[in-house]
Write a protein that binds this ligand. Sequence first.
Ligand SMILES: Cc1cc2nc3c(=O)[nH]c(=O)nc-3n(C[C@H](O)[C@H](O)[C@H](O)COP(=O)(O)OP(=O)(O)OC[C@H]3O[C@@H](n4cnc5c(N)ncnc54)[C@H](O)[C@@H]3O)c2cc1C
Length: 280
Amino acid sequence: MKPSPFAYAKAKSLDHAIELLSHPEARLLAGGQSLMATLNMRLSAPKLLIDLNGIGGLSGIVVRNRTVEIGAMTRHAEAARSPDIARHAPLIALAMPHIGHAAIRNRGTLGGSIAFADPAAELPACLLALDGEVEIAGQTSKRAVKADDFFKGLFETALGPHDVLTAIRLPAATTQTRVGFAEFARRHGDYAMVGLAAAAKADGQALSDVRLAYFGVGNTPVRAKGAEAALAGGGIDEAVKALASDLDPAADVQATAATKMHLASVLLRRVTQQLMEARP
Ligand SMILES: Cc1cc2nc3c(=O)[nH]c(=O)nc-3n(C[C@H](O)[C@H](O)[C@H](O)COP(=O)(O)OP(=O)(O)OC[C@H]3O[C@@H](n4cnc5c(N)ncnc54)[C@H](O)[C@@H]3O)c2cc1C
């Protein structure tokens, strides 16, 4: 299929992009890796596409004040190659190879993935597991929104129609940081049937501040708070039991709800093993 007709504007600056968003039925274009598919399938039919690709200052990775700031237009491939990401945001480095394929990672952006908020995508779950936040520029002001408050529903976020997501901020890893990541997909590079991104603090032989963010099990990335508490108390079997009340996946074209629950418990055991291992 071909998309419905649309006009195209190349934004010259962030302010220009926000100004263009006041046109009715306007939509931002970042890497186009999700948007073009939805246009071609006529799942969406915006009247104006606002291209963010010519705006300087919206991409790049900066580490300062114990925070990793990633510009919204940073490509997946750039983050995957970045020594700063490997060192200071190792969960993102673990997730990257699972996002689509090389061609998609060359164009797709971190901001686009977070803004699109596909419930089976890796990066929204990583942002949630790391207790990160996004920076949003609107018509009158800028604001920061924590990941816990950002994902509202199926493909629905705290972004308003006149907002641009400008950056993602993550706490930089310390020597105590432990991260874990695992997903089950039919083929490598497919969206996950079920996935788990996790972060914790090593506390002697134990873990504290455990955050477990599942993807592919609900309308948004989902924290498994009962399992988090059980893991912090040291019990992997208790954590697996707690998943029964933490998660309520619906069946989809890929798997039944029971299969998803089974996969969720298998992934929890794998990821817990990673969290318990010393960081290299
Ligand atoms: C075959 C295929 C397989 C894929 N597999 C995976 C996968 O396994 N895992 C995964 O996570 N992703 C996967 N993707 C999606 C890929 O990661 C996309 O790059 C990502 O979801 C969207 O990023 P983008 O830059 O391409 O955004 P676009 O497609 O340009 O935009 C997506 C949406 O976000 C909005 N948007 C974009 N940037 C901003 C911004 N800065 N502020 C506000 N709104 C914004 C757009 O208006 C649009 O609605 C796959 C894509 C394809 C085509």
